[in-house]
Ligand binder design. Structure first.
Ligand code: ATP
Ligand code: MG
Length: 632
């Protein structure tokens, strides 16, 4: 084991040598000619001249040693199905799908839009695309037709792969009519639509356009479709950000850089060995699903669990039961899911044999201390490791790299800058670097971004430059648009998004800090704080909280008392200046479908403004309830 500080320093100061070494973790058809070409900043070309294929590294490469090992373990608690595909099975299925896509007219560089529930065919389709050099663009299943249409027009897919329906809480969620509507709305028309018929919902087929996968599959049972060797810089996919702060951005990823970054992350971050089982409870529609349900575990020769269902159906023990059954070594989910589990009977955690589990990783949103403490306790001290990253980066920016050197976690901190990321804290007004401990600045990354990060915004280099590289004055750096501080030991703390800062009578306060304080109150399950315009103070903080015990929701007296208590908690930890003007109690908070708080929408309706683009919102009723509060 080496020393993390040296490892990190080498990744920055001796960049090419460091990454040339990591490139050996994967298989190349032709080895890279250069490591990092940064002739045209901020556009980085990683491993140019090298040819490889993501699908080869995720599937074919393992046939020699692990053909009979489970590759994909599919579990659906929605339809009560479980199915195991070995690497050999996966190889066959992917080739069948690749043959079908080719027959439908998909070639190298073409796009395939995947609008699917969490079923194995989604995985086959993704791998089939990269196998033949086509780009996939996975759109989260169940998005409404409007959002789907915008994405169809942006990606201009040759083929769309979809299904009759998803399922949620045991009830089918039909997709096909949404897809049909979207294709009508979109200017671009796909040549064909390939549909998986799960038998969950009726489908009206469009003649000459719609194809049923089950039938095509029969025609290609013995298909042999070789991997298309592509340059490392050949794009592998596009994927949209969650849209928490506004219009989603189409992130474009390369092939070789992504491959190397993911392979290295399995070793240095996730500590996952070939043959281990990796359980990432996310959705293939999100970046975490791309990287850690599909690509990284398979590239690493692990078995990956793809899970369709909620964490609490049939009961709150289901995930732990899967850990026991499949001897999961590494688990990965979002704090949101843990907060859901926290409301369940804690006995579930001790009912199952969790001895195979080494580490739980959490990512996607701030991990508040009570949630971290609860799950840490429940897992009897197994490491719970926070990851901070973005759709744009594809893999963690900040975390603890236990595969390099074991280091302690600190509650509230996702950890240190990960190798390859030259992370800086910058003054947002001057662009000056903040080098001292505990100074608050914008979390920025000095170019070149490491392998695996976005190459550009799909078909929009100008947006890539203007959005990401031009926001800090006087320098060209990548902005994460998050605030952070770094302590004397190099641990970062994320304080919220740069547009989540409120200004109360001249004091700049991070909404995240106020939320942290409020979640210290024993009856608060979840809280969101936004700044609301105020004629006297400029802005005031407004808190929306979900109670652990919701039985008091109708009781005005009890709620007033609680509101007073919450304010006191804030006074005590941050001072009266941070005290919210009001604390409103709600049943649920408005979130994106990936579980992120939609603060901008809460802020807009609190100020009586139009909340704007809400296509990625989970449940509109949550926002409506807040709207109603402000209209009364
Ligand atoms: P958009 O960019 O379209 O507004 P988004 O930023 O929500 O959407 P993602 O790329 O899914 O889309 O989310 C990345 C953001 O999530 C980060 O910039 C950060 O604000 C937040 N985040 C992710 N992981 C963590 C974490 N471990 N701790 C705190 N915040 C996190
Ligand atoms: Mg973002």
């Amino acid at each position: 084991m080496s020393n993390f500080a040296d490892f990190y320093r080498r990744s920055i100061e001796d960049r090419d040598a460091f990454w040339a070494e990591q490139a050996r973790l994967v298989e190349w058809q032709t080895p890279p000619q250069t490591i990092c070409n940064y002739d045209k900043p901020p556009f980085a070309k990683w491993f140019a001249g090298g040819t490889t294929n993501l699908c080869h590294n995720a599937v074919d490469r393992h046939l020699k040693e692990r053909a009979d090992q489970p590759a994909l373990i599919w579990v659906s608690t929605e339809t009560e199905q479980e199915k195991i595909y070995t690497y050999r099975d996966l190889h066959a299925e992917v080739q069948r799908m690749a043959a079908a896509l080719k027959a439908l007219g998909v070639g190298k560089g073409d796009r395939v839009l995947i609008y699917m529930p969490m079923i194995p065919e989604a995985c086959f389709a993704m791998l089939a695309c990269v196998r033949i050099g086509a780009l996939h663009s996975v759109v989260f299943g169940g998005f409404a037709s409007g959002s789907l249409a915008t994405r169809i027009d942006d990606a201009e897919p040759t083929v769309i792969v979809s299904a009759d329906a998803g399922s949620r809480g045991g009830k089918p969620v039909p997709y096909k009519h949404l897809l049909d509507e979207a294709i009508v709305l979109a200017k671009h028309k796909p040549k064909a639509v390939l549909l998986v018929d799960r038998g969950l919902a009726p489908m009206n087929l469009v003649e000459g356009r719609d194809q049923i996968w089950g039938q095509l599959r029969q025609q290609y049972l013995d298909a042999q479709i070789p991997c298309e060797w592509v340059d490392a810089t050949h794009p592998s996919y596009t994927l949209y950000t969650s849209g928490t702060t506004g219009k989603p951005k189409g992130v474009q990823r390369d092939t070789g850089g992504y491959l190397v970054a993911l392979a290295a992350s399995m070793k240095y971050i996730y500590g996952c060995q070939p043959g281990d089982t990796f359980f990432c409870a996310s959705d293939v529609g999100w970046v975490v699903g791309h990287s850690y349900i599909i690509y990284a575990p398979l590239i690493g020769g692990s078995s990956t669990i793809m899970y369709e269902g909620t964490p609490i159906r049939p009961d709150g023990g289901i995930w732990w039961r899967l850990v026991e059954k499949y001897k999961v070594s590494v688990m990965f989910t979002a704090p949101t899911a843990i907060r859901v589990l926290k409301k369940q009977d804690p006995a579930y955690l001790s009912q199952y044999d969790l001895s195979s589990l080494r580490t739980l990783f959490l990512a996607g949103e701030p991990l508040d201390e009570p949630t971290a403490q609860w799950i840490s306790g429940g897992l009897k001290g197994k490491p719970v490791i926070d990851n901070y990253w973005q759709t744009e980066t594809g893999w963690p920016i900040l975390t603890i790299c236990n595969g390099v050197e074991r280091q302690p976690s600190k509650f509230g901190s996702p950890g240190k800058a990960v190798y390859g990321y030259n992370v800086k804290l910058l003054d947002d007004q001057t662009g000056a670097e903040l080098t001292g401990a505990n100074q608050k600045g914008v979390v920025a990354i000095e170019g070149p971004l490491p392998p695996g990060c976005l190459q550009t915004v799909w078909r929009d280099d100008a947006r890539f430059l203007n959005t990401y590289w031009s926001s800090v004055p006087n320098r060209m750096v990548y902005s994460t648009f998050d605030w952070g501080i770094r302590d004397e030991e190099g641990y970062y703390f994320i304080l919220g998004r740069t547009d989540d800062v409120i200004n109360v009578a001249g004091h700049r306060l991070g909404t995240r800090e106020i939320e942290e304080a409020i979640s210290g109150h024993p009856n608060i399950a979840e809280v969101a704080v936004v700044g609301v315009a105020d004629s006297l103070k400029g802005q005031v903080a407004m808190a929306f909280a979900v109670l652990k015990d919701a039985s008091v929701l109708g009781d005005e007296q009890a709620l007033l008392k609680l509101e007073g208590e919450v304010m006191k908690v804030v006074d005590n930890s941050l001072g009266a200046v941070a005290r919210p003007a009001r604390v409103r109690f709600v049943n649920q908070l408005p979130k994106t479908r990936s579980g992120k708080l939609l603060r901008r929408a809460m802020q807009a309706v609190s100020e009586g403004r139009d909340p704007g683009d809400l296509t990625t919102m989970e449940d509109p009723a949550a926002l409506q309830a807040i709207k109603d509060m402000f209209q009364n």
